[in-house]
Design a binder for this molecule. Structure first.
Ligand code: C2O
Ligand code: CU
Ligand code: CU
Length: 637
């Protein structure tokens, strides 16, 4: 799926082929009108089989330095060809390529070098992006191919690790307190960016919950607009879910209580408001809704900084001896993209075709630009969360070393899975364990290998430069091992039984489409779309009729993925999930479990986790009733 790559495929390429090719092939066959303009890397690569360029390079450098990035260009045609080369910097930094013309014999390759000078005033965290274009000269048929490289401006910031709240035991309940407020945060030197956070000005503390404990939270809204606080991934009663039906008005405190029944896993919390006014708002009204209460949206509140991680522990996982010293050998990795205006405030992405997607060109990890994590030379566990509004990531290390994926959204996997990439769409989580033993003194980088994406992952209608480039998200300095370091992890981690869909008689189909909609309709606060019965399971078939991937999320209990386009999902998708990527024109079958809690008056949501799609109504709601319940209409606030 990386036709621009001239080098041998990385180890997981075959997985990627099985996962993606079907959707991509389907996309090509069914939607012959992809109409991918030639400046888009993957479109051009398909059109330009007669040449290829080595993959996108991700490097870093200090402001004021000149950096070189070398590519090899291959002539795949049976005739000699001459290519003109040019390079363009997205940030208008000084950039050149030499030589500027190459003659290449059939089947041969030549190397060219791009030189980029980072201006001395470039702020750390700026992600310079250069586009190298190779165009062949007549008489050969006109073809051109582009490859995007990145250069992260380094700084001295340590990667932030959000403070942890273990909760205080009060009267048999584990209690936690969150207060949402606006403030300013410094990301760029000398600039204060207006932001919002929980117990701080950006993001929130990591809450550690333990299975079977009774939790009591207080959430105080010190914002000037309505919000809600949703516990994404937690299986709890509808009234405690923090969806659109549990508004917290400015100045109010919400006090949900519940017992943790989830297994050890990574969850998160974020706002989830949806006001009735939004159902009829125009795009222009939605553009800056933070100024009015009626326009409070999930997308804008998360973008301002309201999000935090939840780590759930349980006795079974403790017995496995996995790294679990928060901030020692275990780290949260919350990845978010942001765009900055000249005055330092966050702004929506200015140039993208679908500007409401809010994709950014700066990449924050735990709220840090170009941060460096000091991690010990041993087994290190990362809780990965894609907390971005719309962007997809293909995570991996700079040396493409393999690591173990140990958990998907809602539980440890039955077996650890060795991988060297993890794709996460907005809302998805994964836990990985990487072996850093023997690497003391080395510097590694944690990357987004987005250049490996194809049109089934990132739609031509929303693709931007950064979706076609590889880039560094943060650096890792490997320090000395700790005493009692974890040096091995078990192969078997869990015992989740797979449900056979043939044992599940109830089935329904949900279609996803663009403009953002589910089953041809959009969300309405007063309409319950699905009524399920407590204690049953249902087979849900999610059919993506659009040409872009949607991360489909369902509240309440986790689900199991049965198949993708009829094929069993890869091992790392055979565990428990609450968000699943449904690729362009793909059909994903899952089994949803309605055990746990029934409450006809407190609906749960299902929606696309691209937050602007959700805010535009790509969401529906279900209630769970027990056998004896009478249907009650939903009462809105
Ligand atoms: Cu993370 Cu309904 O949301
Ligand atoms: Cu959720
Ligand atoms: Cu979507």
């Amino acid at each position: 799926m990386s036709p621009q790559s001239a080098s041998p495929a990385p180890r997981t390429r075959s997985h990627r082929l099985t996962r993606r090719c079907l959707a991509a092939l389907l996309a090509l066959l069914v939607a012959n009108a992809w109409a991918v303009p030639a400046q888009w890397g993957y479109g051009a690569a398909r059109a330009a089989a007669s040449l290829s360029i080595s993959p996108s390079l991700a490097s870093s450098g200090a402001a004021g330095t000149t950096q070189s990035q070398a590519h090899s260009i291959t002539n795949n045609s049976p005739l000699p060809q001459t290519f003109n080369l040019s390079v363009e910097s997205r940030q208008s930094w000084a950039a050149s390529v030499s030589p500027s013309q190459v003659q290449i014999a059939p089947g041969a390759s030549k190397s060219v070098t791009v030189q980029v000078t980072i201006p001395s005033d470039a702020p750390p965290g700026t992600l310079g992006l250069t586009t190298l274009t190779a165009t062949n000269v007549p008489p050969a048929a006109p073809t051109s191919l582009q490859i995007r490289d990145t250069l992260l401006v380094t700084g001295t910031a340590a990667l932030k690790v959000p403070p942890v709240q273990m909760g205080a035991l009060v009267g048999g309940q584990r209690t936690y307190a969150l207060t949402e407020a606006r403030g300013t945060t410094s990301f760029l030197p000398g600039v204060q960016t207006p932001t919002a956070g929980y117990n701080g000005t950006f993001l929130g503390p990591t809450l550690v919950f333990t299975k079977e404990e009774r939790i009591a939270l207080s959430v105080t809204n010190n914002l000037t607009e309505v919000t809600t606080t949703h516990w994404h991934g937690l299986h709890l009663p509808g009234q405690m879910d923090g969806g659109p039906h549990q508004p917290i008005e400015p100045g109010e405190t919400w006090r949900p209580t519940f017992t943790v029944i989830n297994e050890a896993s990574t969850a998160w919390y974020h706002p989830h408001p949806h006001t009735a006014e939004m159902d009829h708002a125009t795009n222009a009204e939605m553009a800056h809704p933070m100024v009015t209460e009626s326009g409070a949206t999930t997308g804008h509140q998360v973008y301002a900084g309201l999000a935090g991680m939840i780590i759930i522990r349980d006795s079974a996982s403790e017995a496995l001896g996995l790294p679990h010293t928060y901030g020692g050998d275990e780290f949260p990795v919350v990845v978010q993209d942001r765009n900055f205006d000249a005055d330092g405030s966050f702004s929506p992405y200015p140039e993208i075709q679908d500007r409401d997607l809010h994709k950014g060109d700066h990449f924050l990890v735990n709220g840090t630009l170009a941060g460096t994590l000091s991690a010990p030379a041993q087994m290190v566990r990362l809780h990965l969360l894609n907390g971005s509004n719309a962007r997809f990531y293909n995570f991996g290390f700079s040396d493409s070393r393999s690591f173990y994926q140990i958990a998907s959204d809602n539980a440890l996997l039955n077996q650890r899975v060795s991988r060297n990439r993890v794709v996460l769409g907005p809302g998805e989580r994964a836990e990985i364990v990487v072996d850093l033993s023997g690497a003391q003194g080395q510097t590694l980088h944690f990357l987004n290998y987005a250049a490996e994406f194809g049109p089934a992952d990132v739609a031509p209608t929303s693709v931007d430069d950064y979706d076609q480039a590889n880039y560094i998200l943060f650096s890792i300095n490997v320090a000395a091992a700790t005493t009692n370091a974890v040096t091995t992890i078990p192969a078997t981690l869990n015992h989740i039984a797979r449900t056979n869909p043939n044992d599940v008689p109830l089935a329904r189909t949900l279609t996803l489409n663009i403009p953002p909609s589910i089953n041809g309709g959009t969300f309405e606060m007063e309409v319950v779309n699905i009524t399920a019965t407590l204690g049953t399971k249902e087979v849900w078939t999610i059919v993506n009729l659009s040409e872009e991937t949607h991360p489909f999320h369902i509240h309440d209990s986790p689900f199991q993925i049965v198949s993708r386009n009829g094929a069993a999902p890869p091992e790392y998708e055979q565990g428990l999930k609450d968000t699943v990527l449904v690729h362009a024109l793909e059909r994903v079958v899952l089994i949803k479990d309605f055990s746990g809690y029934a409450d006809a008056a407190s609906p749960f949501m299902y929606h696309c986790h691209i937050l602007d799609h959700e805010d535009k109504g790509m969401m529906g709601q279900f209630i769970i009733v027990d056998g004896r319940s009478v249907y009650l209409p939903v009462v809105t606030r």
